[in-house]
Design a protein around this ligand. Structure first.
Ligand code: B16
Ligand code: MG
Length: 219
């Protein structure tokens, strides 16, 4: 039996991935760079500055901007993102997530958050989910982002649970890699093409079922 679940935030608990996209898109438009939803897949799960670098790489003359200018651009994106966050509410919790979290609690297992976002605490608060979490790992607590396993290792260490007794739920390819590298059981939420490396996979959050996950873990 597993002892803990570690949830990714954006794209698993709530669809802030869409807000991140809209905020990056607005910034990219302003600096004359075209991005679409397909390109956005590459930004899922990776940190703010890394995401900016990937966008700037689409226009080689912008890659050499000073650190100061890059930080200004990242701050601007975060401002746009926070504007979009204002309307976030419990109704924005993705289908199937609250019942799953409640079932995990009922079975006496621990729950942690493993997010690359600096806004993670705020997002959980607006969703009124903070109290369900025994521990929160956000961007401030780790130095190496996903696909490095540090986010998940830090969560398990704080919970005091051995890595192979943890289940990590992720929507991003880089996030599933991070869970696998941590020696945990990975649950992917998304397409077969993107998440073929997950130990167990569903297409959407409403297909996440406690018993089915436990069964897959035991196989
Ligand atoms: P912020 P997750 C990640 O969160 C997002 O998937 C990624 O798109 C974003 O760039 C990153 O957080 C940083 O977010 O700008 O708010 O610090 O999926 O790991 O929960
Ligand atoms: Mg995610």
């Amino acid at each position: 039996q597993p002892k803990a679940f570690i949830f990714d935030l954006d794209g698993v608990i709530t669809d802030t991935a869409e807000y991140h996209y809209q905020a990056w898109k607005r910034l990219a438009d302003e600096i004359g760079i075209y991005i679409d939803r397909q390109f956005n897949e590459e930004l899922k799960g990776i940190g703010r500055m890394e995401s900016l670098e990937k966008i700037l790489a689409l226009k080689p003359e912008l890659e050499k901007l000073s650190v100061d200018k890059k930080e200004n651009l990242a701050a601007k994106k975060n401002k746009y993102y926070k504007e979009l966050l204002k309307s976030l509410a419990p109704a924005d919790i993705l289908p199937g997530i609250l019942p799953l979290i409640q079932e995990i609690r009922l079975r006496g297992m621990k729950i942690a958050l493993g997010s690359a976002s600096k806004n993670a605490q705020r997002v959980l608060e607006q969703l009124e989910l903070t109290n369900y979490f025994d521990y929160i790992v956000d961007a401030a607590k780790v130095s190496k982002g996903k696909p490095h396993p540090e986010t998940f290792l830090t969560a398990a260490d704080a919970l005091g649970v051995p890595y192979d007794f943890c289940i990590g739920i992720e929507d991003a390819p880089s996030g599933v890699t991070a869970v696998n590298e941590a020696g945990m059981f990975s649950v992917g939420v998304g397409s077969k093409e993107a998440l073929s490396h997950s130990d167990y996979r569903v297409n959407q959050t409403d297909e996440l079922n406690f018993d089915r996950i436990i069964e897959a873990y035991g196989l």
